[in-house]
Write a protein that binds this ligand. Structure first.
Ligand code: TYD
Length: 136
């Protein structure tokens, strides 16, 4: 599995008195080609999204509006990133378990993904994920 680590990517921000602008180019600002975009919204208070890993999919997660936390688990280490700026993207390489929690009211979570939707690419069982990561 990929050993790259999850990290915050500071995206370009074009500050303008008319309103700020941020953009992303695949393979330039992020290390993959974008094949899919989806977004999560209208999340009721206290709900969690995610809670799975992917076998081959990489992604960038952005709090385009509002805030939420992303817990990323490598199988050995857990780190929680609080996203609350629309010019920060959280890059999650292949093979990390992630959970999205603490969504603020009206938050909008944008996800850029390297692959098309494929249920076969999901690892939804945490113990199975740990086994794959640790090789046990
Ligand atoms: P899922 O990724 O499982 O969301 P979460 O991990 O937050 O529960 O997706 C929920 C449902 O949406 C699942 O049945 C598959 C479907 N889905 C698509 O059809 N296309 C997509 O690109 C995504 C992300 C999900």
């Amino acid at each position: 599995m990929n050993t790259e680590t999850c990290r915050i990517i500071n995206l370009p921000k074009i500050a303008d008195p008319r309103g700020n602008l941020t953009f992303i180019e695949g393979l330039n600002h992020i290390p993959f080609i974008i094949r899919r975009t989806y977004w999560i919204y209208d999340v009721p208070g206290g709900e969690m999204r995610g809670a799975h890993a992917y076998r081959t999919n990489e992604e960038l997660i952005i709090a385009v509006s509002g805030s939420f936390d992303v817990m990323v688990d490598t199988g050995a280490v857990r780190v929680t990133h609080s996203l609350n700026r629309s010019y920060y993207g959280l890059y999650i390489p292949i093979g990390n378990w992630r959970e999205l929690v603490n969504f603020s009211t009206n938050s909008l979570c944008l996800v850029l993904a390297s692959g098309k939707y494929d249920e076969e690419d999901y690892i939804r069982d945490y113990d199975a994920f740990k086994k794959i990561r640790t090789g046990e």
